[in-house]
Structures are given as C-alpha cells and as structure tokens.
Design a protein around this ligand. Structure first.
Ligand SMILES: [Fe+2]
Length: 448
C-alpha cells in the first residue's frame, strides 16, 4: 500500500487518480510499442511519405514531451537529455526535414523512453494533485497520455502509407445490427458547446458556452463508400460545378479521382488497407477524403457539411434534459459497444454497427470510425485561454485549418470526447477522415 500522509491531496481520490494515470500511461505505451516493433529498424528510420515523420522520430518525440512536461515541469527534476530537445521540437523541425536529422537510432530511442517513464512512475508516486492547474486532476499526465495516443494515431496513418506486406492485424469491426439511414431533424434552440468540467479536456475544448442554432437536418450516419461511389460514377470528380474554386484547383493539380488508397477493380473499386487489398464495401463510411472532396460530395447531394456547432449539438444535446452529454450515449466512457475506437479494428465499421452509441436524437457513429470534416475553420471558443502552452492550439487558429470531430477507428478513447476538436488543412487525406452531410430545413419541415 502507498503512504498518502505526505501528499497535500491524498486519500481515495488521489489513489484512484494515480491508478488511472498509471493504467492509461501503460495502455498508451503498449500501443506505441506495438506500432514500432512490428517493423524493422530500416522501416522505423525511413520516411514513408513526405507528409509523415519517420516512425522513430514520433517515438523519441513522445518521450521528449513526456520528459519536458512531467519530469522537468511537474516533477522539477533534472533533465534526462536536454541535448535532443531541438531535434524533437515539432515547431523547429518540419516533417519533410526530419529524416535528415541526426535522430536517435531505434534502440537508443527505446532506452530513452524507458528512462523517462521510470522517472514518471517515480514522481507519480509522490506527486500531490494540488490546485496548481497543471497538476489538478492529473491534467499534465492526461495531456501526455493523449499526446502519446495522438502520435500513435499518426503512426498508424504512417503504417497505412507504408508499402510492403501487412504487418498489422486485427479482427474486422462488428456487422450492422440496426438499420440506419436518412437524416435527423435537430430543432432550433440553444445548447451548451464545449466544457468546463471534463478534467482532461484540452484548452481548445474550453470554456462551456451557449450556442443558439436554427433548425437543421443532419445525416444519421457518415457518408458511405456506396454513396461516395455513386458520386464518382455520376461524374463528381469531373464536374466543376460541385467544387469550390480552391477545391477544383486542388483536384486538378493533384489529379484526384477517388479517395486515397482506392483503385479501379473492373466495374468496382478496391482499397488498400494496411498492406492488404480488399473490395470496397458499400456500407462502410468513406475514409481518406480531403475537405474539398467532402464539400464537393455534399454539393452534389444537395446538402452541405455541418458546422462544428451543428456536429456537436447532434452529438451531445439531450432534448429531454436540455443538457449536453460527454458522449452521444451519455456520460460514461466509451466501451466496445459504443464506438469503433482504440485501434481495435483497422478500418471503419459498417453503418448500423453501433446502435448503443447513438445520440438521443438518433444520430449514429459520431464517435469513432472516421474523423468527420466540418465546414468550420479552427478558432478558440469565446473566452478561450491558452493552456498550458500557446503551441498546443492557439498558434493554429485562423482560416488555414478546418475542424474535424468525433475520432476514428485509430483514435484512442482517452483522446476522444464529445467536445474533442481536431484540425487539419483542407487538402489532407492521409488521416482517417470522412464526413457526413447536413442541410438547412425548410419552414414546412420545422418543429413547432
Ligand atoms: Fe507532438
């Protein structure tokens, strides 16, 4: 048993929090280990795409952030290795340049991570979860857990770009157990967006604030491969009228004609998923499309992308109580009946596979499966305050990025909430990105 007298906040709460943090750190590290041990050293050092870091950069960067925030800042300990801070600073080293850096070789990177983690366990045993914002509710530990899991998702995306035989294996996602389709009408009115209370929510999810929305309709499920293939078959990629000027220019320059990783297979399509070619399955959410493609599809379908607020209201608003939930299904953490998360499977689940994860209004698969593009550019909520550093999100605010919501099959549950916000450039599609559509409602469809 651990002694707790020496801690300012000990007792059951502190002990439970310590156990939870230790378990989450271990879960993240098991995933990092899996993703970096299924390939050889050459593969770890190689850059599989100019969009991505060599896996060995992500690996040591995860350790370096853990050292900076937990060992040095929270723990006030001596640096383990301050000579490598620059190398693993994501702002100083653009991804395309990272392969040319004098990176720690795999064995050295692994040893570095282990040393840092030992020190973190040491200080976790002794830390007092005081009111200091960085440590209250174990925030810094939660931030580091989420950081590692986010890099694990990035490393999973690197695996998807890697050529060569399959090295990752997982059972297929569950089959549909409900018929889901069409749209859901969301009545006009206020809801609470963002959070003040989720202890590990990041700065850009805060604060909670009221947002008033007109009535709208949103798809009950993400757009499927079958629907997207119909857009392609109808000349979606060759008709300029569906595309924004910037989107069309990008489509032409990059010669986009289908989602990334698709190829023609007779009259059908196949896709490559982690080194295996499969027939495209019609009832799975489409993945690996950029924002411009999503926008063009929506225009073709006579709809539009949802705003970020529309996405969040559909996901969190409970009409019977008027409050916003942590997740579509309630306040409980996700389990495997709720959503396709945690890299349990290596692709999105068919529509209808998670009826227990639907929102009160009947919107399905908002969490997990695919990140969903919204029409909204990335900015702070009203009253935003950068914490604990501007580089986490504030430096990305502005018109360059679009917000994605909900997490994918490759997102860990610790880094996914009804309030969690992701962002990327509108041209990116190496991420696990899909979308659903929304539209304004006509007055005759409106609620009373
Ligand atoms: Fe990072």
């Amino acid at each position: 048993m651990r002694a707790s007298q020496s801690r300012t906040e000990g007792g059951v709460h502190g002990e439970r929090l310590r156990d939870r943090i230790a378990a989450e750190l271990a879960r993240a590290r098991a995933r990092t280990t899996l993703l970096t041990e299924v390939v050889d050293d050459g593969d770890l050092m190689r850059q599989h795409s100019p969009l991505m870091s060599p896996l060995v950069w992500d690996l040591a960067h995860v350790g370096n952030q853990e050292e900076l925030w937990l060992v040095r800042d929270v723990g006030g300990r001596e640096p383990v290795r301050c000579d490598i801070d620059e190398l693993y600073d994501a702002f100083k080293q653009p991804r395309r340049d990272r392969p040319a850096l004098p990176l720690l070789p795999p064995a050295e990177a692994r040893a570095y991570l282990a040393t840092v983690r030992d020190k973190v366990h040491d200080l976790l045993d002794a830390v007092a979860f005081t009111e200091r914002p960085l440590v209250a509710d174990g925030f810094a530990f939660g931030m580091i857990v989420q950081h590692e899991q986010q890099h694990d998702e990035t490393m999973l995306a690197t695996h998807q770009l890697r050529s060569g035989p399959a090295v990752l294996h997982a059972p297929p996602p569950p089959e549909p157990s409900a018929r889901v389709g069409g749209e859901v009408l969301v009545p006009a009115g206020e809801f609470i967006m963002g959070t003040d209370t989720d202890p590990w929510a990041l700065d850009n999810e805060r604060p909670a604030h009221r947002v008033d929305l007109p009535a709208y309709a949103i798809d009950a499920a993400p757009v499927t491969n079958g629907q997207y293939a119909a857009f392609i078959a109808d000349g979606g990629y060759t008709e300029r009228r569906w595309w924004s000027p910037a989107g069309w220019e990008h489509r032409v320059r990059e010669q986009l004609s289908a989602p990334m990783h698709w190829r023609r297979d007779g009259d059908d399509w196949s896709y490559r998923r982690f080194g295996r070619w499969d027939r495209v399955r019609a009832d799975e959410p489409v993945v690996h499309v950029c924002w411009y493609e999503a926008q063009a599809y929506a225009a073709w379908a006579g709809k539009r992308l949802p705003t970020e607020a529309e996405w969040e209201k559909a996901a969190r608003w409970d009409p019977s109580t008027g409050r916003s939930r942590r997740y579509p299904w309630g306040d409980d953490d996700p389990t495997q009946v709720h959503a396709n998360l945690d890299q349990r499977h290596l692709w999105p689940a068919p529509v209808g596979a998670y009826p227990a994860g639907a929102s009160p209004l009947g919107v399905h698969q908002l969490i997990g499966d695919v990140w969903e593009w919204t029409s909204t550019t990335f900015d702070g909520h009203p009253g935003f305050a950068a914490f604990p550093y501007r580089e986490y999100s504030e430096v990305f605010f502005g018109d360059d990025y679009r917000v994605l919501r909900g997490g994918s099959f490759g997102t860990d549950r610790s880094a996914c909430r009804g309030t969690f916000r992701n962002w990327d450039y509108p041209i990116r599609r190496q991420i696990f990105s899909g979308f659903r559509c929304a539209r304004d409602v006509r007055p005759d469809e409106s609620y009373r």
